[in-house]
Design a protein around this ligand. Structure first.
Ligand code: ATP
Length: 369
């Protein structure tokens, strides 16, 4: 991903205290988001968390129960969907089956004040942008799924929106095509400079595509940040577990020494040294979260903090690496992701082996929520 790319000072899109209720059910709860011009912003969350509802409010298909939305300084409250400089690309693409690719792309320009020549040029430029020039005369059923996705994208971009909303843009594609299409989407966004908001429930997709991500849970934005910030510095158990996998231990803060804190883990009958977080207090209940790839697996006990004895319970082999599940003396299970030994020349653990786990204090994440 291109995290460092766009840097605009003032928010381009401001979502201010936006809520949406359907009857008594609150689908979106007091969401505040500032989105920068020219960024790909990911809205990530599980099914039913309110992502699509939020997107539909930006498009104007739903009216917020409370809150306001500003785009480029303009309050969108009184602006109907067709007058908003916002376009939405639907998951189903919603192409007209009886129209050629070219006609589909030009459809949105029908009511624009422009000459026929200008319209033709615009369509040509869009087809060129999505590399579909040679398919201009085909109908949607005569092209592949990936190509249909590009037609929908070209049609959405043809009217030169300020904001493009993409609802699960890659969901209809198979895994291989999805990876390729992610990079294509990023390149098209880069060339047009249009601000993209991408809704997805797929965390890898959100991480790859987005400059920044908002992670949502039950209508609430839990955290906003770059993919690295979200992965390395999650603020809650929900976010830590939603992006990547974690093993957690309940603990209590025993000592705080600047960068690291000591946390008593009753279950393990040991003290773990973890990376301090702001606002931490001695005696506070916390959760220590560990990522499988941050844990080292060795055959011999060694010195240092954060060393735990265990036994290999099972191994899932993935080729270049393996996922080990290790039983701890307490009966708890912990996952360890290790590069396979035949690639590093090191010892390979096998079932039932006694092993030692260790990790740096900096990679032990403290969570208070
Ligand atoms: P998914 O990934 O499954 O599409 P989502 O995060 O996009 O989920 P939304 O479609 O925004 O979720 O829906 C959020 C919640 O609001 C859901 O519980 C849904 O049932 C509810 N909801 C959405 N639209 C309506 C509606 N028109 N009337 C009543 N409830 C609704």
């Amino acid at each position: 991903n291109a995290e460092a790319a766009p840097q605009a000072a003032q928010p381009f899109l401001r979502i201010e205290g936006v809520s949406k209720r359907f009857g008594t059910f609150e689908a979106v709860k007091k969401v505040n988001l500032d989105i920068r011009k020219g960024e790909i912003f990911g809205l990530l969350g599980g099914s039913g968390c309110g992502k699509t509802t939020l997107l539909r409010m930006l498009a104007g298909f739903e009216v917020p129960t409370e809150g306001r939305i500003f785009l480029d300084g303009q309050d969108l409250g009184a602006v109907p969907p067709w007058d908003r400089p916002v376009h939405m690309m639907f998951q189903s693409y919603a192409l007209f089956p009886h129209m050629t690719v070219e006609k589909n792309v030009g459809y949105g320009l029908k009511h624009e004040k422009m000459s026929d020549a200008e319209r033709r040029d615009r369509v040509r430029a869009m087809l060129d942008l999505v590399k579909l020039t040679e398919f201009a005369q085909r109908k949607p059923h005569q092209i592949s799924g990936g190509q249909r996705q590009r037609v929908a994208l070209a049609r959405a971009l043809a009217r030169q929106p300020k904001l493009l909303l993409l609802d699960e843009p890659l969901a209809a594609l198979d895994k291989k095509l999805r990876e390729h299409t992610q990079f294509e989407l990023m390149s098209i966004q880069d060339r047009t400079g249009v601000t993209f908001i991408v809704v997805t429930h797929d965390q890898e997709e959100a991480m790859t595509l987005s400059n920044r991500i908002a992670v949502m849970d039950r209508g609430v934005v839990k955290q906003v940040g770059s993919p690295t910030e979200i992965y390395e510095y999650p603020k809650s158990r929900f976010v830590a577990g939603f992006i990547g996998s974690i093993t957690t231990f309940a603990g209590r803060v025993a000592e705080i020494h600047g960068q690291t804190s000591k946390v008593e883990i009753a279950d393990l009958r040991m003290v773990i040294e973890a990376r301090s977080i702001p606002g931490l207090g001695v005696g506070q209940d916390v959760t220590v979260a560990l990522r499988p790839e941050k844990i080292r697996l060795t055959r011999h006990e060694h010195q240092g903090p954060n060393v735990i004895a265990g036994q290999v319970h099972d191994i899932a082999y993935f080729g270049k690496d393996s996922l080990y599940r290790i039983t701890l003396p307490t009966g708890a299970m912990i996952s360890v992701h290790a590069v396979n030994a035949h690639r590093t020349g090191e010892w390979a653990a096998s079932w039932e082996d006694p092993v030692w786990l260790s990790f740096d204090p900096a990679s032990a994440i403290l969570l208070t929520e």
